[in-house]
Design a protein around this ligand. Structure first.
Ligand code: OAD
Length: 246
């Protein structure tokens, strides 16, 4: 395995010795399942759709049916794909390390479908629903084009964080605590352009963790990482598993 490894030996050693590994995933980890990312030039969702028309509270107030159609299309897309080697490797890593905190910016639920049991969903979940007025989860059985809240009668929205909105407080708190407490932090498949998620790696580094970027197109700001592994998440995370179980 080591002969063709993309991983430096000292990084493999650090992972093997880790007492608390913290992993932040972004759209790149689900790209290998066939879920489009956001910012890649040709294929990214934000190259084809205007987030201002689809992913803000103002857009929902203006055109709730349009917003719902777009999110239902994304639900259907995600329902057709399967978790990949990267998602699965994180399940195995969690089984072999004393502690792993998995934080995801993804709303696709693929980590859970792969078998991860405790995922910090930083940006919500595509398959959940929130009351728009109260921004709290609701059970929504209705199949109306724009569903309504069983409690207050107001509109129901997709349970994802939109531009300009706060991160759900519990997820925010758990994520920043884990970043500050871990000894190794992996930034996997994210362009690190969206805050506060992009601050997690900085928090980890400031607190003394080894911080690693895993991305075939490394992000410009390499200064915030101790290691940059320019390869796909599925391959790199599988190699991490191999280096633990060898
Ligand atoms: P982006 O689309 O901004 O970035 C995806 C990153 O994944 C890019 O840097 C790619 O180079 C990388 N990538 C592509 N294929 C990969 C692979 N096989 N392995 C590893 N990396 C790969 O997606 P995010 O950074 O996740 O927010 O975007 C952050 C947030 O912006 C999203 O959560 C979403 C979006 O607006 C909300 O919806 C609130």
């Amino acid at each position: 395995m080591a002969a063709h490894s993309t991983l430096p030996a000292n990084l493999r050693g650090a992972i093997r010795r880790s007492r608390h590994l913290c992993v932040l995933t972004g759209a790149g980890i689900s790209a290998e399942s066939g879920v489009p990312t956001f910012r890649e030039a040709q294929t990214g969702l934000w190259a084809r759709y205007d987030p201002g028309e689809l992913a803000t509270p103002e857009a929902f107030i203006r055109q709730p049916a349009l917003v719902w159609r777009w999110y239902r299309w994304r639900r259907e897309l995600v329902a057709r794909v399967e978790p990949n080697a990267g998602h699965r490797a994180l399940v195995t890593l969690a089984e072999h390390l004393p502690r792993l905190t998995l934080i995801t910016q993804n709303v696709d639920g693929l980590h859970q479908r792969a078998g991860s049991t405790d995922v910090v969903e930083f940006h919500g979940n595509l398959f959940s629903e929130w009351c728009f007025a109260e921004r709290r989860p609701v059970e929504c059985a209705s199949d109306e084009e724009v569903p309504t809240c069983a409690y207050c009668g107001g509109l129901v929205r997709p349970g994802v964080v939109w531009f300009g909105e706060e991160i759900p407080p519990l997820a925010l708190d758990r994520a920043f605590k884990a970043a500050a407490e871990c000894d190794v932090f992996l930034n996997v498949g994210t362009s690190s352009q969206v805050y506060p998620a992009a601050s997690l790696a900085v928090t980890a580094k400031d607190a003394g963790a080894i911080v690693v970027e895993i991305n075939p197109e490394p992000t410009a700001d390499a200064t915030r990482f101790d290691f940059v592994i320019a390869a796909r998440a599925g391959r790199v995370l599988s190699e991490l598993v191999d280096s633990l179980v060898d």
